[in-house]
Design a binder for this molecule. Structure first.
Ligand SMILES: Nc1ncnc2c1ncn2[C@@H]1O[C@H](COP(=O)(O)OP(=O)(O)OP(=O)(O)O)[C@@H](O)[C@H]1O
Length: 252
């Protein structure tokens, strides 16, 4: 893993106090480049950080036909990472739960999150880590603004109310850095074939793809744009908007 990538992850960990002494962390491992990078980054952190923590990985299996994660378990075993494939019937249940042409992405993501949380609770983990990166949070920010009418991004850490925190150690890493890591190391990654929606006759989510494309176009014209967005995410003047709750009336 490049020093630059590890430095960003270490800095994020310190800045938002994500993982510390005595933590027991469960990593949601899809097998995609992001969560695979995450387990390797945590392995590095475990060897080098001045604090001790435990972590293991869990892959939620949807119960689709031909859904196998043996190579992922073998990969984890090779690097001494404990990995569990958590069997669910999410795919079967979804046949009734999702109407044709309705939003499947949020459904599967919600169900998957529920399964991961159950596994975390059963195993006594105090943190659950996901592989979201900086491009994800920027896309979510603009999608929330353009399609949901809210200003929110993806939090680096939050308390779930289920007895553990959800953390995103890669939240300041660019997606291209993770793609580079996977390619440089010839990692076999799980792609879209692991997405249950691929087997269903439902609408594909265009909003994220469109937002990604829009941002890529902007970055082509101004290569500093993501640096500027990151700076702006750290300098929020929340009393300059139109939300009355953000105003301190005594101050005006
Ligand atoms: N089947 C799964 N089992 C466990 N965790 C998962 C699974 N699918 C996704 N996750 C977790 O949720 C995060 C966000 O999921 P999403 O589908 O948006 O992934 P992604 O952006 O394609 O990332 P990745 O490259 O890790 O698949 C992943 O990075 C991973 O930590």
């Amino acid at each position: 893993m490049s020093k630059k990538l590890l430095k960003v992850i270490g800095k994020t960990n310190a800045e938002f106090r994500l993982i510390g002494e005595g933590d027991k962390v469960l990593v949601g491992l899809s097998g995609g480049k992001d969560s695979l990078s995450l387990v390797h980054a945590l392995k590095h952190m475990q060897r080098n950080a001045p604090f001790d923590f435990e972590f293991e990985a869990c892959t939620v299996k949807y119960g689709m036909p031909d859904e196998h994660y043996d190579f992922l378990s073998a990969h984890c075993a090779q690097y001494g990472i404990k990995h569990t494939v958590y069997d669910t019937n999410i795919f079967d249940v979804s046949q009734d739960a999702i109407r044709e042409n309705s939003s499947f992405c949020s459904y599967f993501s919600r169900m998957r999150r529920g399964a991961l949380y159950s596994f975390a609770q059963e195993g006594g983990f105090n943190k659950v880590a996901l592989g979201h990166h900086f491009d994800d949070t920027v896309e979510s920010f603009f999608m929330n603004m353009f399609y949901n009418g809210t200003m929110r991004a993806l939090a680096p850490i939050y308390k779930t109310g289920k007895g553990f925190h959800l953390i995103r150690p890669l939240i300041q890493v660019r997606e291209s850095q993770l793609r580079g890591f996977a390619m440089d190391n010839n990692l076999q990654v799980v792609g879209d074939e692991a997405c249950p929606a691929m087997l269903k006759d439902v609408k594909m989510p265009h909003a994220r793809a469109a937002t990604k494309e829009w941002l890529a176009g902007l970055e082509q014209k101004n290569s500093d744009i993501f640096k500027m967005i990151k700076a702006s995410f750290k300098h929020i003047h929340d009393d300059t908007f139109l939300d009355p709750e953000r105003w301190d009336r005594d101050d005006i």
